[in-house]
Design a protein around this ligand. Structure first.
Ligand SMILES: [Cu+2]
Length: 476
């Protein structure tokens, strides 16, 4: 099929800016050009970062099953299916139940490196298998090269987020010229890690908790870095910055949403958005709302493909195609895949039978099990916010939520009293009883929620997004 000219693409963009929307609402999209989107690999346990190795094969980091088992940490794709090349790094469950484990793979020459990204709160791993860079040995075991968890604790960023955990969130890794770039998401920083284990901070991106995520090489020795934003992942508030080799930072692409990965093809930037049009109700994201977009001006974009289920990793192949790993949520099994997508496409949507021919072990079964998990997620995200029309009694006890703290953190009240929490932070929080006896649900900025305590007792509560936020209500 002949490629549309740039003018035709622009005309189509002007005529049908909501093609993704049309597809989601059952309106048939135009015929997809043959080969514009296809399944390159399947049967993956929570695929994350991916890269083509020096042998020309695709390597994929796997977060695993969420259990401390022997699922592979990284695989090589052969004939569309995974072959284990590294194992032994932990897999665990992170915030919102998402599986976390090995997050990225990169090569310096022939040597393979993995970036471990266990759930930030796993302090028990600090001295044994911390987050950081590991070297893959000939027998497939992984040896620690640089503990980024430990280094972060000794070298804090300018701002420390309220949800700071003990390990950090080592989200993405990319091979530079003789060293590895690492993006740490929780505090927000770009690091250089040498094969000798040395760690240097190139840029401190901690201000305002942007949650930097995916990266791609930029011209002149720097990198592009996208950001996720904080919950509830608002529309068009994410961006891509360029971190130059000297550490200076400038915006290069704004107006994006929940960016998790970047790629450059023929000098043009592409962003992978994990989920768009997010809601204000946990888990905020819904399946089928992920997309790949192409830069079109400093704040402009053209949709390459929409309708993806939580895409999380993206790289370019030697063939100039985009390779996209998904889903990042919803499965503990082998439901993960890598799609091969023509970057020159516009307004693609995955055809319904896309996965029918994928036969890697465990894939079809795990994919069938995704449907109910996805349906639950979508229903939760679309539920109306917990805060209703009702107003608390006039003698309610007030607690504010500010700077990731409940103030006052501990109160004593008589049975029958009502407590009202008001979130003054720009990021969302919750008021969630540790024993699950009450839960505010999502509280956006300036939203309030109240609860009447009828029974004596000590009620410990946390923010379910930021479990380090703790409060106590003692009812006498
Ligand atoms: Cu919070």
């Amino acid at each position: 099929m002949q490629r549309p000219t740039r003018r035709q693409v622009l005309q189509f963009a002007a005529a049908a800016p909501a093609a993704g929307w049309l597809a989601r609402h059952g309106v048939t999209a135009a015929q997809e050009p043959d080969g514009a989107i296809s399944v390159y690999a399947s049967g993956l346990f929570n695929p994350r970062g991916l890269v083509f190795g020096p042998d020309g094969a695709l390597y994929v980091a796997l977060a695993g099953t969420g259990e401390a088992d022997q699922a592979p940490s990284a695989v090589k794709i052969e004939n569309g299916c995974p072959v284990t090349v590294a194992h032994g790094l932990p897999s665990s469950r992170g915030m919102s139940g998402a599986v976390q484990g090995t997050g990225s793979v990169a090569f310096l020459g022939e040597q393979m490196y993995l970036l471990q990204d266990s759930q930030d709160d796993r302090g028990d791993l600090l001295d044994t298998q911390p987050n950081g860079v590991y070297k893959v040995e000939a027998d497939g075991t992984a040896t620690l090269v640089a503990s980024i968890s430990k280094w972060m604790n000794e070298n804090p960023t300018k701002e420390i987020p309220g949800d700071r955990g003990k390990l950090g969130e080592t989200f993405a890794m990319l091979a530079g010229d003789g060293f590895l770039w690492v993006v740490e998401s929780n505090c927000g920083q770009v690091l250089k890690v040498g094969p000798d284990g040395s760690i240097t901070r190139v840029a401190d991106l901690s201000e305002g908790h942007p949650v930097p995520t995916g990266c791609a090489l930029a011209p002149n020795g720097g990198i592009y870095v996208g950001n996720l934003t904080d919950a509830p992942y608002p529309q068009a508030k994410a961006k891509v910055v360029e971190v130059a080799a000297d550490g200076s930072v400038k915006d290069v692409w704004t107006g994006l949403t929940m960016v998790v990965a970047l790629a450059v093809v023929d000098g043009v930037l592409y962003a992978c958005e994990m989920s768009t049009e997010n809601t204000t109700q946990r888990p905020f994201v819904r399946p089928g709302m992920g997309r790949i977009v192409r830069q079109d001006g400093p704040s402009g974009l053209v949709e390459v493909v929409s309708g993806l289920d939580f895409p999380i990793g993206m790289t370019t192949g030697p063939d100039g195609m985009l390779y996209v790993a998904s889903p990042s949520l919803g499965s503990d099994g082998a439901a993960g895949s890598v799609l091969r997508i023509d970057p020159k496409s516009t307004y693609l949507t995955p055809p319904k039978d896309l996965y029918d021919a994928a036969t890697c072990p465990g894939f079809q079964e795990a994919r069938a099990a995704l449907a109910p998990a996805f349906a639950t997620m979508a229903a939760e995200a679309d539920k109306p916010a917990a805060t209703g029309e009702a107003t608390p009694p006039a003698n309610s006890v007030e607690i504010t939520i500010k700077d990731f703290k409940y103030a006052p953190p501990s109160i004593s009240i008589k049975a029958g009293k009502t407590v009202t929490w008001t979130n003054l932070d720009s990021v969302a929080h919750t008021v969630t009883a540790v024993d699950k006896s009450f839960d505010s649900g999502n509280l956006n900025q300036n939203q309030s929620w109240f609860f009447t305590f009828d029974k004596a007792g000590t009620y410990d509560y946390i923010c379910s997004y930021h479990p380090d936020m703790k409060g106590t209500v003692v009812v006498e």
